[in-house]
Design a binder for this molecule. Structure first.
Ligand code: MN
Length: 391
């Protein structure tokens, strides 16, 4: 198993989710939760963006221990100064300098030559490397850039002192085999002590697949966010990357320092503080990720969990639930009724089942309270012992 690094950018790229704005206290709270979760790097923000942003990065740098704290900076002296100041109190500061690499970015955003853009980046990395041992460089839109130019660009910033080079798929355009080839090419071109990182966006729904393909190609670090939040369609989702590695070590022989059983709790914290709701069918942390309503699936699960669950729910801090709705079967219903303290005979189960189907057809699945009410109404008192609570 190869140890790979998890760079969390929930507080930087994730906070750039449209409509999200976290208060300083909330950012510090999330940063501590991420450190406890066991990520390797917490990207705390982009200090030059606003004074409040610089204060939040400084507060995180001062109070979070045991992980690297990164601050983002463009190549300008003012940005570098703001980021350096914000990182002053950090135990393990990482300066994260970014520019661009694609023709469309260089022509339209920078309106300069490729050579000038690289020179700027080299100067910025040299400045950063004088103050920090740990300097990451990201050329935006790397996956839509000329590969030979990109490799030369990375060599130049490594020469200038970059210790980590990132391959950002800024617009979510890459495809797993392309990422694989690109990471290989970059990895082979650079000294082994330089870490290669990837940063994948989810515009085509491929961010996690692209991140995993990159690890297979030799990437040392993946950048990701809790719940996959971030610009547009979001970033690669931390919980999905970590869980895929744990469930499929046969094809993904990698370890991270993440304590998986905290994934659901951290997901909920981030959803609550950001207000970005997690879709119910989201892998690993969605409300339905371990809920089963179909009668055939419920029957299989009651016989052997392995029939329909590949992830142990407890391993990610979730619990499995059989949902009583119009698709559920009588086996699961009997099990749920027993959990509520009802022990009906076959005719009783059938009677409750008829009523459950009628109610569920109108309202979807039933809560434990709704099921208890139906059971109490339909079953004879002898079948419904008093004082037995929900188990
Ligand atoms: Mn991004």
């Amino acid at each position: 198993m190869r140890r790979v690094r998890i760079f969390d950018t929930t507080l930087r790229d994730g906070e750039q989710t449209p409509g999200v704005s976290l208060l300083l206290g909330e950012k510090v709270e999330i940063a501590h939760a991420l450190a406890d979760l066991g990520v390797d790097v917490v990207e705390a923000g982009f200090p030059a963006a606003a004074p409040a942003e610089a204060e939040a990065v400084a507060a995180i740098a001062r109070s979070v221990r045991g992980v690297a704290v990164a601050a983002l900076s463009r190549t300008t002296p003012a940005d570098l100064e703001a980021a350096s100041r914000a990182l002053e109190g950090a135990q393990r500061p990482r300066m994260h300098v970014f520019s661009s690499a694609s023709e469309v970015h260089i022509r339209s955003i920078f309106q300069r030559s490729r050579e000038e853009v690289v020179e700027d980046a080299v100067r910025a990395v040299e400045t950063a490397a004088k103050r920090f041992d740990d300097v990451e460089f990201s050329p935006q839109d790397a996956t839509r850039s000329d590969v030979d130019f990109l490799v030369g660009y990375y060599r130049a910033v490594v020469e200038a002192g970059a210790t980590v080079v990132n391959i950002p798929d800024t617009v979510g355009y890459a495809w797993p085999w392309q990422m694989y080839d690109l990471v290989r090419r970059v990895r082979e071109a650079l000294p082994p002590e330089v870490q290669v990182s990837v940063h994948c966006h989810d515009d085509l729904g491929l961010a996690v697949a692209n991140s995993l393909a990159s690890l297979l190609a030799g990437a040392d670090q993946v950048e990701c966010t809790v719940n996959g939040i971030g610009e547009r369609a979001g970033n690669a989702s931390l919980e999905e990357i970590v869980t895929a590695m744990r469930v499929r070590p046969d094809v993904l022989p990698f370890d991270s320092g993440v304590r998986s059983d905290r994934l659901v709790a951290v997901s909920r914290l981030v959803a609550e503080r950001t207000g970005v709701v997690v879709q119910p069918n989201k892998a690993v942390v969605g409300a339905n990720a371990f809920r089963h309503e179909s009668g055939i699936h419920q029957d299989g699960l009651l016989k052997d969990r392995g029939t329909y669950e590949i992830i142990d729910p407890a391993s990610v801090g979730a619990e499995s639930r059989l949902v009583i709705g119009k698709h559920s079967g009588r086996h699961a219903l009997r099990r749920e009724l027993q959990a509520l303290g009802f022990f009906p005979d076959e005719a009783g189960v059938r009677a409750v089942w008829q009523e459950v189907k009628a109610v569920a057809a109108r309202r979807g699945d039933l809560s434990a309270e709704a099921l208890r009410a139906i059971a109490a109404r339909i079953l004879a008192p002898a079948e419904a012992p008093a004082g037995v609570g929900e188990s």
